[in-house]
Every structure is written in structure tokens, then in C-alpha cells.
Design a protein around this ligand. Structure first.
Ligand SMILES: [Zn+2]
Length: 451
């Protein structure tokens, strides 16, 4: 056994510390069932100044995104794709490879035209004509996403010439703090778009709280890192806002809301193009636009941002997210290319039954019980118990405010790993969902109240 004094003297510092909630079964916003949206959850920070040891590093969170996790406020969760009513696939897009389609290009240009106003273009042509060569370059060059998205912004326009556009449009990337103006926008959006009530507490929990452990403001390449609000101001009024996570090598869209006074301008498209441009310009390789939900027609628009990649929910390889992949999802709601290869290659009767069970969503509509764990529910994409056993004893845990390792828990050796309810099973669940690569970097907090 390791020396407890040595472990106790270590500082938790900037290490990721997570509190496992366990399995959760909630209502689904995509298909409106009251239970059936299943996931495994962990708390990554608590709102208790000076007391908070919990938190996740942006690096570790990026690793989790690539294992199908996402966050809601300071809660991180991994959907059980096999057991849920709707399958939430992780998708991403290489920001430099993005090819906007005609609708996306049109939305970007139309907004710029509205901002400029009728007189602006005429005055520009008369007073500040561009050279023939520049005209030719513009005509021949493909749609440059970064250049085009900035064409509506006041600072960009003023840098070109002193003409005043019809509207002053500004984009500000700011801290994810609460303001009354942001909340008013959220309340309006909830009511008009989701037909739902809003509360200040909910806004703070959902869109201001974040799980990231400081310090994280800038990485070694000079890129901003952390949770931000990207605010859209029109003539000084906040008209839209994106909640964004800037992470090592990616921009992850968390949420977007806008005022319905501007519904005609396709803000869904404008915001996605803007976020891709932010990734491209800021040197973040990828843009993660949230889960793709094939079963929900309203969410299918996400496949229009191409060329996209989709995450295999079992082995976490990336695949081209093209028409062929989407056609498979029409018939197999849960689809893992790696699993399909393994099972069809083996070809035995047993594996064919397994395959059938995997793809026909047999657990759909069956609500979870309180005792469910990622092992008893056969959750998608988790590490198997036999692979966890060799490393579980050394898992770092937080007991009170002191660090220990799992095998120091009293009665540890006698605890059956496959018995729900005991500490060993709970730690095994955390490892199963975090993965073998990340687990050695993480501390599992077993009792929140003792912090
Ligand atoms: Zn659903």
C-alpha cells in the first residue's frame, strides 16, 4: 500500500476532480418522452467560493468530448446511446475545410447587406472605388468564411473607409458572467422559441456556470481557453448570444439564442458560420457543434455543415459524416462502424443475435431504476469490468480534503466490483466512462458534503 502521508501532502491543485452522480434518466426534449433520455453524469464544480476542489481542466474536457461527453453548466454527462430514446452523436468539423453551402453563404451576405444599408454600397463605389485587380480577385476567389463573416462588423468596415453603415453591428467575446440584459434575451428566447418559462437561477446554472478549473485563460499557443459568451450587439442592443467553450484545438458550441425580432436573418446559420470562422481564425483546428440527433428532424440541419466527421460511439474513431452514413442511421438508430465490423466478421449465430440487440433499440421506453449503473444497463462505449480491475486499486480519490487511493478504503479488498451500491462499483463506473487513458489524470471525489 502507498504511504498515506505522501498522498495527503499532495495538492489537488489544477488536477481534474469529479464527483460521480451516476446514471440519470430524464425527459427528452427531442421526442418529448417523460423518461428515456439516459446518461451517466458527473458534477465538475460547485458554486461555493473558496471551497471548490472540483473542476475539470480544458484539456481533460476536450478528451471527454472525444468520448461522447458534453456539459450542461457545470455538470458533465455522457449519453447512453444504446439505451436512450434518441441517439446523440458527437460530430465535428475541421474549421479550415469548411465549405459553406449556398444557404449559408446567402445568410451571411444578406446580414451584411442589411447592416450596410442601401446608401453604403453606392457611396463606397463612388467615393472609395476598389481597383480593377481587387475586383477581379474578389470575383474569382471562393467564399472566404473569415473575410465574409467580418464584413458586417463595424470595426472591419471602419478600418476600410470612414463611411457610416446603416447599423452598428459589433461582436464581443466576453466572460460568461450574468447580466440583466443577457437574462432578458434568454427569457424572451425561452418563451418565444421553446414556449417555456425561464428563471434567473436556471440561466446562471445552465449558461453562466462552467466546469473549468482555473487558471485556463490562454494556452501555450496564445489561444484563449475557457467558457465565453459571444455577444451580438446591434446599435448597442444585445440581439443574440452564443455560449462557447474555447478548448485546446477546438471551439465547442454550447448554446445559442437570439431575439425573434431578427428571425428572418437565419441566425442559426449565421451563428454556426461565425463560430467556424472563430475557430479558423483563432487557430482551433475543429468546431464541435453539439450532438447530431438523426431521430429529431429539427436537429438534422447540423449535417449541412460539411465536411463533417462523426464519432464511433463504441471505439471513438472518427468517420466521414456523409450521405451514406446518414442513410444507415435511417434504418439503424444506433450505429457503430467498429462494432458492426467485429460482429459481422465473427459471423456466429451468437454474434448475430448480439448485433440485432445492439441495433434494435430494445431498451427504448424502459425507464431506469435507482440502482442502475453503466454496467447493469450495458451502456454504450464504456470500458469493460475486466479491463478496469487491474487499475482500479490505484485510482486517486478525494476523502474529505485529503487525497488517497482507492485501495485505502476500508474493506476494499472484500468489496465485489460487480455489486452496485458499493464504493468500488461506483469508482469502476467513473473509470468505465472516463476511459483508461484519462483515469490516471483524474481524482474521483466520493463525498461532496465532506469538502
Ligand atoms: Zn428522445
Amino acid at each position: 500500500m502507498a504511504n498515506p502521508d505522501f498522498l495527503g501532502s499532495r495538492k489537488v491543485g489544477t488536477t481534474t476532480v469529479l464527483f460521480p452522480y451516476g446514471c440519470n434518466d430524464s425527459s427528452c426534449g427531442y421526442c418529448d418522452v417523460t423518461v428515456g433520455n439516459k446518461s451517466y453524469m458527473m458534477m465538475a464544480s460547485v458554486d461555493r467560493p473558496g471551497e471548490n476542489l472540483l473542476g475539470i481542466t480544458p484539456d481533460d474536457y476536450k478528451t471527454l468530448l472525444d468520448r461522447g461527453w458534453r456539459r450542461s453548466g457545470n455538470i458533465i454527462y455522457k449519453p447512453d446511446m444504446r439505451g436512450s430514446c434518441c441517439q446523440e452523436y458527437t460530430i465535428r468539423l475541421k474549421s479550415s475545410a469548411f465549405k459553406p453551402n449556398s444557404k449559408q453563404r446567402k445568410a451571411t451576405n444578406a446580414w451584411s447587406k442589411f447592416i450596410h444599408g442601401i446608401d453604403y454600397k453606392r457611396d463606397q463605389v463612388q467615393k472609395y472605388p476598389i481597383s480593377r485587380e481587387e475586383k477581379r480577385r474578389k470575383r474569382l476567389s471562393p467564399f472566404n468564411v473569415v473575410e465574409k463573416i467580418h464584413e458586417s462588423e463595424y470595426a472591419t468596415l471602419k478600418a476600410k473607409n470612414p463611411l457610416e453603415p446603416a447599423h452598428k453591428f459589433e461582436i464581443v467575446l466576453e466572460e460568461n458572467n450574468f447580466t440583466e440584459e443577457k437574462y432578458q434575451l434568454f427569457e424572451h428566447y425561452q418563451k418565444k422559441i421553446h414556449n417555456d418559462e425561464a428563471s434567473e437561477g436556471g440561466f446562471k446554472r445552465f449558461l453562466c456556470a462552467n466546469p473549468f478549473k482555473p487558471p485556463y485563460s490562454v494556452d501555450d499557443k496564445g489561444r484563449k481557453i475557457g467558457a465565453y459568451h459571444q455577444c451580438y450587439y446591434l446599435d448597442g442592443r444585445l440581439i443574440a448570444m452564443a455560449v462557447l467553450d474555447l478548448l485546446p484545438d477546438c471551439v465547442s458550441g454550447v448554446y445559442f439564442m437570439y431575439h425573434t425580432d431578427f428571425s428572418q436573418w437565419s441566425f442559426g446559420k449565421l451563428s454556426a458560420v461565425r463560430e467556424i470562422a472563430l475557430a479558423e481564425e483563432g487557430g482551433y483546428e475543429y468546431y464541435y457543434m453539439g450532438y447530431y440527433i438523426h431521430s429529431c428532424p429539427k436537429m438534422r440541419y447540423k449535417c449541412e455543415y460539411q465536411p463533417a466527421e462523426i464519432l464511433d460511439p463504441e471505439c471513438y474513431d472518427w468517420h466521414s459524416f456523409n450521405d451514406d452514413f446518414r442513410k444507415i442511421l435511417d434504418v439503424k438508430p444506433y450505429y457503430s462502424p467498429s462494432l458492426e465490423t467485429i460482429l459481422t466478421t465473427e459471423g456466429s449465430e451468437q454474434s448475430m443475435t448480439l448485433l440485432k440487440n445492439y441495433y434494435i433499440n430494445t431498451k427504448k421506453g424502459i425507464s431506469s431504476t435507482h440502482d442502475d449503473t453503466v454496467f447493469t444497463t450495458d451502456m454504450s462505449g464504456v470500458v469493460k469490468l475486466e479491463d478496469i480491475s487491474p487499475i482500479i486499486d490505484d485510482t486517486r480519490i478525494l476523502v474529505g480534503r485529503k487525497l488517497a487511493i482507492a485501495e485505502m478504503i476500508s474493506g476494499w479488498e472484500e468489496m465485489p466490483i460487480d455489486e452496485p451500491g458499493n464504493a468500488k462499483h461506483k469508482i469502476a463506473e467513473a473509470i468505465a466512462t472516463l476511459g483508461l487513458e484519462l483515469t490516471p489524470k483524474v481524482i474521483v471525489c466520493l463525498a461532496l458534503g465532506q469538502q
